[in-house]
Design a protein around this ligand. Structure first.
Ligand code: SAH
Ligand code: SF4
Ligand code: F3S
Length: 484
């Protein structure tokens, strides 16, 4: 689950995507609040979504937002630990904030998110400028810790919860286009992929009350939003039981007290046919035919699935502890093509050069890409993370040059397939949700079709409307079209 926007530029420029870090800063709100918050986010959409919760918590304490760290009273950096480079980026930013702090000693600097959780008090010791360290489940404690920091006392809370979902907190949308929004439906991860730090930084998996998810989506729709993306590390294992949560039955009509992911997307899809529903990330071991049938049943559930394979070789998948084989993965892709059809967009994450991966095994990743014909992929080389199962059990034995060469081969393959897939769309008409003006040219509009493909076209229509666009041309990253 990465930021969707910057990656398109990366692909178009042919750059390899070594790390997922991007950042967003908060907008200058026009409030007359005395105290200002500046927040920067790295990593996945879940982190961006958390920053919106954090902003909401501090807004209740009277904070306004600023887009400039120099004007802030509190600077927060919401961090990612997924690869070494992600952490390096954060350290560079902390150096920069050190400069800001030298000019303004009163500013409070806090580290949030996965790196805070992983490094805990080390961050306070190593990075002398840091006043606060808060893990992903500790954000309700922010007002208290900010206050303490302002009184000169450094604060830390990296407690991981089994229950916290921030269900009752209404996020403040940051840098949103006003059309698409993310809704966090669960937190944590109970899988133990051997390469991955997330189970350690985000804790146990827990699902959020479905009614609070539906209410958030209704509110967004009322405010003009036309697309929601339901977020979780493994959305297919979403499960909410009324009994376990000690709540009244939600779905009285059908007399059930368990809500599965298929039930949840149906509930959100029923809000309004003009509200598009997307979700990320689907885990190949858990995605059910039920989910695929529900997607087929509702036109407003988008035909797009992010289904990270990581590798195309069964032995490597086993070492990665992904708990599926190449054959299982292919069976799931076949089910998508059978139930939803060829037009369903599929994307993947791939890791090149995992421990002991042979040249033949690497080639199986390439051949899987040829089989599936991914529209898009996020591609990385393996980066050993301290404390993970792989770091404990396997040697990180593939030389960096080999990792990089294999990654480049995967990227080159994806570029070819993306272009091939996009060419199939030329001449076709698509229903497009208009997101605003194109990032490249203000004279053009940009939107997405159901399969999550970006389409650029000439028009003068308000964002948030649906238009029909005929595709006339394409690159590997973008479709170009005209209104019909
Ligand atoms: N929950 C999602 C993945 C979240 S992390 C899923 O299971 O698919 C996003 C991606 O980062 C992963 O899919 C993986 O491709 C990549 N990644 C995670 N740990 C990594 C590591 N140690 N080195 C390189 N890439 C990694
Ligand atoms: Fe990490 Fe695996 Fe969980 Fe994804 S499913 S967050 S890769 S442990
Ligand atoms: Fe996301 Fe990075 Fe944490 S990918 S869950 S912010 S380690």
């Amino acid at each position: 689950m990465q930021g969707l926007i910057a990656d398109i530029d990366l692909l178009e420029e042919g750059k390899q995507q070594e790390e997922s870090c991007e950042f967003k800063t908060t907008i200058d709100d026009d409030s007359k609040s005395k105290r200002k918050l500046y927040i920067e986010s790295y990593g996945c959409q879940m982190n961006f979504s958390d920053s919106e919760i954090v902003t909401s918590i501090l807004k209740k304490e009277g904070f306004g937002t600023t887009s400039s760290p120099e004007h802030a009273d509190v600077i927060l950096i919401n961090t990612c630990s997924i690869r070494e480079k992600a952490e390096q980026t954060v350290r560079n930013r902390l150096n920069f904030f050190n400069g800001v702090k030298k000019k303004n000693r009163d500013v409070t600097v806090g580290v949030l998110g996965c790196m805070a959780e992983r490094l805990k008090s080390k961050l306070l010791e190593e990075e002398k400028i840091v006043d606060l360290v808060l893990g992903p489940d500790a954000y309700r404690d922010l007002p208290k810790l900010v206050k303490q920091a302002e009184e000169g006392q450094k604060g830390i809370n990296t407690f991981l919860s089994r229950e916290e979902t921030y269900a009752d907190i209404s996020p403040v949308r940051l840098n949103s286009n006003g059309v698409s929004a993310f809704i966090s439906i669960m937190r944590g991860c109970d899988n133990m992929c051997s390469f991955c730090v997330v189970p350690f930084t985000r804790g146990r998996e827990r699902s959020r009350d479905p009614q609070s998810i539906v209410n958030e989506a209704i509110e967004l729709f009322k405010n003009g939003y036309r697309e929601v993306t339901l977020l979780g590390q493994n959305v297919d294992s979403y499960k909410w039981s009324a009994e376990e949560n000690n709540k009244a039955r939600l779905n009285k009509k059908e007399d059930v007290d368990i809500v599965t992911f298929a039930n949840l997307i149906e509930m959100v899809a029923q809000i309004d046919p003009d509200l598009r529903v997307r979700f990320s990330t689907s885990h190949p071991k858990d995605i059910t035919d039920d989910v695929l049938h529900t997607m087929k049943k509702y036109e407003n559930i988008c035909n797009y699935i992010h289904l990270p394979a990581q590798s195309g070789n069964s032995r490597v998948l086993e070492l990665m502890n992904r708990t599926y084989s190449r054959e299982w993965y292919i069976d799931r892709v076949d089910a998508i093509r059978d139930i939803i059809g060829d037009e369903c967009g599929i994307s993947s994450d791939m890791i090149a050069g995992f421990c002991s991966e042979t040249e033949e095994e690497h080639k199986e990743t390439i051949s899987l890409m040829d089989y599936v014909k991914y529209d898009f992929s996020y591609m990385f080389f393996y980066s050993e993370r301290p404390g993970t199962l792989a770091a404990k059990k396997y040697e990180d034995d593939i030389p960096l040059e080999t990792k990089k060469r294999r990654l480049q081969e995967i990227i080159d393959k994806q570029q070819k397939i993306s272009l091939e897939r996009n060419k199939l769309d030329v001449g076709k008409n698509f229903k497009v949700l208009v997101e605003g003006t194109s990032k490249r040219s203000k004279a053009k509009m940009q939107g997405r079709n159901s399969a999550n493909k970006v389409i650029i076209f000439d028009a003068d229509v308000p964002k948030g409307t649906y238009v029909n666009v005929k595709v006339t041309d394409c690159t590997a990253a973008t479709l170009f079209g005209e209104l019909v």
